[in-house]
Design a protein around this ligand. Structure first.
Ligand SMILES: Nc1ncnc2c1ncn2[C@@H]1O[C@H](COP(=O)(O)OP(=O)(O)O)[C@@H](O)[C@H]1O
Ligand SMILES: [Mg+2]
Length: 270
């Protein structure tokens, strides 16, 4: 089994003594979409920062493509992209264009090629009309797309998204879901940290549930997302569709998780 990312028995405390991770782990296979879920403060963001080498664990190991990540830095940076929850933590250039071009300029790619790649990704994300604008004046949805574009433009193999749907409109959430499915089609690997179980049900192959810095359950998305007891220990409930289905049908197997699956089931019951 090839794992592109392995975070093994990781412990981490922030300066000041807050213990954020207590032996957390995460194993991500090449090409899959893995969701890390759990309540606020359970350690999702900290886990992503450790998985990308931005924080060093107090104890434990991070392997990227089978060998320790810290021994592969800075080269491995080009192969990994982390999109922060709050785009203001990530965006610092004075125009959208410069923001998206930044990583490519670091790689000393020619300006003409940079222009092509920036325009291509901007078009894909529907932000090509705002390339000249200063990012600080954009809406949250636009900023999130700029942050996403600035990562996707250098085509990392492993993309980590922290709360990619938080506070976004339905349309932008759908666009984010589409981008994730495209990344997967291209053979990329995606890790999302999210407490949005409905979103996770639509995108994830594998789910990890964190509580107080520990993994309290992990496995195939369908199995984890229907495990009411496990989810409730993480202050979560199964996706809305699964809860509706439970009221509509007698414990049938397998219960639907997404709107499409529910529609199919209702169709059969007609
Ligand atoms: N920069 C920081 N300094 C001190 N404590 C922090 C910092 N960032 C997060 N924490 C604490 O670490 C724990 C885990 O936080 P975080 O990883 O952000 O969780 P999540 O992303 O699941 O909400 C929480 O108790 C949080 O308050
Ligand atoms: Mg977080």
């Amino acid at each position: 089994m090839t794992y592109i990312l392995e975070v093994l028995d990781v412990h981490f405390s922030y300066p000041g003594g807050v213990v954020a991770l207590r032996g957390a782990f995460l194993r991500v296979r090449k090409g899959e979409v893995v969701a890390v879920t759990g309540p606020n403060g359970c350690g999702k963001t900290t886990l992503l920062l450790i998985a990308t080498g931005l924080l060093k664990p107090d104890k434990g190991r991070v392997l990227f493509d089978g060998t320790p990540l810290d021994e592969q830095l800075p080269q491995a940076r080009k192969r990994i992209g982390l999109v922060f929850q709050n785009p203001d933590d990530q965006i610092f250039n004075s125009t959208v264009y410069d923001e998206i071009a930044f990583a490519l300029r670091q790689l000393e790619i020619k300006e003409e090629e940079i222009a092509e790649r920036v325009e291509e990704i901007a078009e894909k994300l529907g932000i090509d009309s705002i390339l000249k604008r200063p990012p600080y004046r954009l809406s949250l949805g636009e900023k999130k797309k700029v942050a996403l574009a600035s990562i996707l433009v250098y085509e990392p193999e492993l993309v980590l998204l922290d709360e990619p749907t938080a506070n976004l409109s339905y349309k932008t959430v759908s666009e984010v879901e589409y981008i994730i499915s495209e990344l997967q089609r291209e053979g990329k690997t995606v890790v999302v940290a999210s407490h949005d179980v409905n979103f996770i049900a639509r995108v994830a192959d594998t789910v990890y549930v964190l509580s107080a810095g520990r993994v309290i359950g992990f496995g195939e998305a369908r199995k984890i997302l229907l495990d009411k007891d496990l989810l409730s220990r993480a202050e979560l409930a199964p996706p809305l569709i699964a809860r509706v289905a439970e009221l509509l049908f007698d414990k049938e197997n397998p219960p639907p998780l997404t709107l499409e699956e529910l529609a199919e089931k209702l169709h059969k019951h007609k």
